[in-house]
Design a protein around this ligand. Structure first.
Ligand code: NAD
Length: 328
């Protein structure tokens, strides 16, 4: 099986090359560039393409892949909101993903963001480097005894709920399906979660129902000085409403691993460019906001698990019985 990898970074390549040794039936060509109208033609002659989280695999791209005889789209990530699944079905292209490569990796990053914004680690780091040892502006609050509200209690949300319980927080949660493993968490309606939480962490997928689940109405319901963390998908939060809420001093801190308009930025070094998207620039201007660049997944364990499952997905597809829980 011949697979063309798009949007490959060195750490992807290192990890896949190590794992490929055990999959001699697969050959991979790695491209640094992402899939687009200009680069989709390169997929001619391949059985499968492998893309990542920010790749835009919309209907036109999927149609072309179908024309070129590509039968499989391998997502080396959990989310699949970036692929036109209806068009893939029309083109008889199977789409497979890596549903749960290392939920702890993302949950640990969510917790790191919560700790960092609460205790102003980002500011303290810079201040001390400038010989400014003043503590003014660095006061946080104890998480112990406070309430964590987890939205979406699947694999990552459940880990985050356990971490929050582990640091002595009361855990409340919102999901359509209760996770039976989380007997310490109290499931509540979304409104109650907004009104009662000191820390809100988003772990539901981006769907029509969850698009802008955090908007001005939701923000107004939240406690003053709440901490909001998003490691799931940018469009769960309306950025314009978030910016308005930050300006109204609603938040003690906001930690974002994902945000709307991130696609231009994600995994790119743009240090010599003038940012044209105002959302990123405005969010970066606030002292109580920390943004990371969609790195929640980035641990050695997660990369190893992603490469193994992706190659297993490819071989299971080749053998005619694709691993059903990984088919989108
Ligand atoms: P999962 O499928 O195990 O869990 C998702 C949970 O969300 C499920 O329990 C589901 O019932 C719930 N849910 C669905 N719709 C909901 C709604 N309207 N309201 C509340 N809950 C709802 O997924 P997961 O592995 O825990 O991943 C969660 C998300 O994390 C993914 O969709 C992806 O967007 C994101 N993610 C981010 C990174 C990163 O690097 N930052 C990495 C992996 C995944």
């Amino acid at each position: 099986m011949k697979i063309l990898f798009y949007d490959t970074k060195q750490y992807d390549r290192d990890s896949f090359e190590k794992t490929m040794v055990n999959f001699p039936e697969i050959t991979i060509d790695f491209l640094k560039t992402d899939i687009s109208h200009r680069t989709v033609d390169l997929a001619k002659g391949y059985d499968a393409v492998c893309v990542f989280v920010a790749s835009d695999v919309g209907s036109e791209i999927v149609k072309k892949l179908g024309e070129y005889g590509v039968r499989l789209i391998l997502l080396r990530c959990a989310g699949f909101n970036n692929v036109d699944l209806e068009e893939a079905a029309r083109q008889s292209i199977t789409v497979m993903r890596v549903p749960g490569y290392s939920p702890e990796a993302v949950a640990e990053h969510a917790l790191a963001l919560a700790f960092a914004v609460n205790r102003h680690i980002h500011k303290a780091y810079i201040k001390v480097r400038e010989n400014n040892f003043s503590l003014v502006g660095l006061t946080g609050f104890n998480f112990k005894g406070k309430t964590a509200g987890i939205i979406g209690t699947g694999k990552i949300g459940a880990e985050m709920a356990r971490f929050c319980q582990g640091i002595g927080m009361n855990v409340i949660a919102y999901d359509m399906y209760k996770n039976p493993d989380l007997d310490f968490a109290r499931y509540v309606e979304l409104d109650e979660l907004f009104r009662s939480s000191d820390l809100i962490s988003l772990h539901c997928p981006l769907t029509k129902d969850t698009y802008h689940i955090i908007d001005l109405e939701a923000i107004e319901k939240m406690k003053d000085n709440v901490i909001l963390v998003n490691t799931s998908r940018g469009a769960l939060i309306s950025s314009e409403d978030l910016i308005r809420g930050i300006r109204q001093h609603k938040f003690a801190g906001v930690g974002l691993d994902v945000y709307e308009e991130e696609d231009e930025n994600v995994f790119e070094n743009r240090e010599n460019e003038i940012l044209e998207t105002s959302i990123t620039a405005r969010l970066l201007s606030f002292p109580n906001v920390i943004i990371t660049s969609h790195q929640g997944f980035l641990t050695e364990e997660a990369l190893e698990s992603i490469s193994l499952t992706t190659l297993q997905n490819a071989t299971s597809f080749m053998s005619g019985s694709p691993i059903s829980e990984n088919v989108v």
